[in-house]
Design a protein around this ligand. Structure first.
Ligand code: GLA
Length: 396
């Protein structure tokens, strides 16, 4: 059964660390985005799915005011007072759970001390939202234990605030929303402006979604991400200054884009806006094609999305572009693209199930020769959103 092995391991690890058993277990998935990249902070459309890999959290409430943070994935253990959860650079990964607890503390939630133990099986820093997964599992835990009434979209919004104001990355809502609202075997078609969403069955026929980790570290990712976001804001203000009544870039239609393409202060800004407008259009078409069972058509839109992210948005980089070029010609592959913020991380590919071995054996040597890096592969299925897990696994 899914999670069973990890649950048992987590309980054992918690007991070894703290000398006590945990009271509760929680899980939040990571996410992979099928199409709709760098649209979510522009009020646009996205189409992610929650994964079955993610972050596990075991918890015990105490009667003191101390917060203990331990993770199986990081050597560093953090202890602080629940009354002082301010950001400290030295706390590194611990700033994610601390930021979330700080947010809810300031909202008036009353915590006692907490002993927390995290374990994640997502590759770290690979663009599969390991950070948002830590945030969401912490938010769900904190609100569940205190009986606070927050919907999952509200938790997602809260974690986005933490990311923007506490961590300092100006990210959109996609990751946290998909992690909250994911549904098994479905992708999530989300309008990030209205927050209207639809779960779309992932009927992939003989195809599977294969995630390839480029294993290129995402250096500079946060500052480049914030730079792209501010370029989009400049694009919007250029359009508004010319009298166009737009609230977000996603209010701009394809037709209006081509009529107004000379209004921008620079070619770079025009290119960024063109990506956002065309990517929104691709997401809507991709969802329709998936519903019609046109997987080849869906795959072509994935490839178009990658090219636009490479040429107009400039967030791919040499390694993701190398993977794209190799995978687009690999056996069984009918579509591929980078997924997530870019600047390293993963691609997602639509691959004929019977060709998956041929696909990976084709990609590895060419990619290694070109980049010196060895890729990792995960065949991905869509999992459910954040939840509490049962503590009743049989002790062995
Ligand atoms: C990161 C951000 C998301 C989104 C993607 C790009 O994952 O956290 O909000 O902007 O990049 O689509």
């Amino acid at each position: 059964m899914i999670h069973e092995q990890e649950q048992q391991q987590l309980i054992d690890n918690f007991s070894m660390t703290y000398g006590q058993d945990p009271d509760h277990l929680f899980f939040a998935p990571g996410r992979v985005n099928l199409i709709g990249e760098h649209t979510d902070y522009n009020g646009g459309f996205v189409f992610p799915a929650a994964l079955t890999m993610g972050t596990y959290l075991a918890v015990k409430q105490t009667n003191d005011q101390t917060l203990h943070l331990v993770s199986a994935n990081f050597n560093q253990q953090i202890t602080c007072s629940i009354n002082d959860l301010s950001y400290r650079k030295d706390d590194d990964w611990g700033n994610y759970p601390k930021g979330v607890l700080d947010f809810f503390y300031k909202q008036g939630l009353e915590f006692t001390g907490l002993k927390l133990y995290f374990y994640g099986n997502l590759p770290h820093g690979a663009g599969l939202s390991s950070s948002a997964s830590i945030e969401m599992v912490t938010a769900f835990m904190a609100t569940s234990l205190t009986g606070a009434n927050y919907s999952k979209p509200e938790l997602a919004r809260a974690c986005q605030q933490v990311e923007n104001h506490y961590i300092g990355v100006n990210s959109g809502l996609m990751d946290q929303f998909a992690i909250g609202m994911g549904k098994q075997d479905h992708a999530l078609f989300l309008n990030t402006h209205s927050l209207a969403y639809e779960h779309v069955p992932l009927h992939l026929g003989n195809y599977s979604l294969v995630i390839t980790n480029s294993n290129k570290r995402r250096g500079l990712a946060d500052s480049k991400y914030n730079e792209r976001r501010s370029e989009c804001e400049q694009g919007l203000s250029d359009l508004q200054a010319s009298g166009l009544e737009l609230t977000t870039l996603s209010d701009l239609s394809l037709e209006a884009l081509s009529v107004n393409k000379d209004l921008f202060r620079s070619e770079t800004i025009a290119n960024r806006v063109a990506h956002v407008v065309r990517e929104n259009d691709r997401v809507k078409r991709a969802v329709l094609l998936l519903k019609e069972g046109d997987l080849e058509g869906f795959g072509q839109l994935m490839a178009d999305s990658h090219r636009s992210l490479a040429i107009d948005y400039e967030v791919t980089g040499a390694e993701l572009d190398a993977l794209f070029d190799i995978q687009i010609g690999a056996p069984g592959c009918i579509g591929t693209r980078m997924t997530g913020a870019g600047f390293g991380g993963c691609t997602i590919s639509l691959v004929d199930q019977k060709s998956i071995d041929a696909f990976t054996s084709y990609v590895v040597p060419i990619y290694m020769k070109q980049t010196g890096l060895e890729p990792d592969f995960y065949v991905s299925t869509a999992g459910t959103g954040v939840s509490e897990l049962s503590l009743n696994t049989e002790r062995k």
